[in-house]
Design a protein around this ligand. Structure first.
Ligand SMILES: Nc1ncnc2c1ncn2[C@@H]1O[C@H](COP(=O)(O)OP(=O)(O)OP(=O)(O)O)[C@@H](O)[C@H]1O
Ligand SMILES: [Mg+2]
Length: 261
């Protein structure tokens, strides 16, 4: 289980970006993390994967625990080795390496003898990649690159998969396909923490969700609760007339309406 408690993160020693965030992902659970641009979603993932320091970021308060062990201070490779793998924002595949080499790169921390077999298993799971196994990954379409990014993360044999906006820039049909893949990975027992601005997709896949705004969790509940929540509907599912104000403004607006009626 991943348990983040009262996490505070600062960039460049001065910019406070996460202001006491608490969040948990139980074993095998799928959790959505929603929030608009700049809310701190990617920063939260960096705090889990150990990648904050290369961005001049630092945890100044709180804890990140994975199965009871503190992750702060561990090297990124050590964290992957403990079963936490990430699909990064904007699908950072290696464009000059082939599809197969990208998959092998996802297993860089493994020392077991089953890496080759896992490459074949991933190519079987993603038939669109199988036909392109020897092509440079940079030539794949956006959707194919996203599949490759997910397949590469799975090569680490994670128990927890972190995904940073996997639907970004994809056509609706491909978003559905990516959601299907994430759902089936989760159904195989891999816990998922899914960062998305596409709330409809994320809440479809997830059991539970959190809404992050300017570094704070302003809302959390089951996926069903969030889907039915008027504030979430208005702001993230685009069903209201209020336009894209901040989530908190939408909340206040509703509260005021309730007082007036
Ligand atoms: N390396 C950095 N140095 C300084 N500030 C940073 C750094 N990385 C991110 N920030 C700031 O931290 C805040 C949160 O950024 P973050 O990337 O975590 O947001 P996000 O929720 O992932 O946004 P998006 O949806 O646009 O990806 C933003 O104000 C951003 O400008
Ligand atoms: Mg981000």
């Amino acid at each position: 289980m991943l348990e983040i408690g009262n996490l505070e993160v600062v960039y460049n020693k001065v910019v406070l970006v996460l202001r006491g965030v608490s969040l948990r992902v139980e074993d095998g659970q799928a959790v959505a993390l929603l929030g608009s641009n700049g809310a701190g979603k990617t920063t939260l993932l960096r705090a889990v994967t150990g990648l904050l320091s290369i961005h001049d970021g630092e945890i100044t308060k709180g804890a990140v625990e994975w199965n009871g062990e503190r992750l702060e201070g561990l090297a990124p490779t050590e964290i992957v080795r403990r079963g936490v793998a990430q699909v990064m924002e904007r699908r950072r595949i290696f464009p000059d390496l082939t599809v197969e080499e990208n998959l092998l790169a996802g297993a860089y921390q493994r020392r077991d003898g089953e890496v080759r077999a896992d490459v074949e298993a991933q190519l079987e799971r993603f038939p669109v990649l199988a036909g392109r196994r020897s092509s440079a990954a940079g030539y794949l379409s956006g959707g194919e690159q996203q599949m490759l990014a997910i397949a590469r993360a799975l090569m680490a044999r994670p128990k927890l998969l972190l995904l940073d906006e996997p639907s970004l820039g994809l056509a609706p049909k491909l978003v559905e396909e990516v959601a299907g893949v994430i759902g089936s990975v989760n159904a195989e027992g891999v816990a998922v923490l899914l960062v998305e601005q596409n709330a409809a997709m994320a809440l479809d896949v997830a059991d539970h969700g959190y809404v992050l705004e300017t570094g704070r969790v302003v809302h959390d509940g089951t996926a069903e609760e969030l889907r039915e929540d008027r504030d979430v509907k208005d702001f993230y599912l685009g069903l209201g007339a209020e336009g894209r104000k901040s989530f908190r403004e939408v909340k206040h607006y509703h509260r005021r309406k309730r007082w007036l009626s």
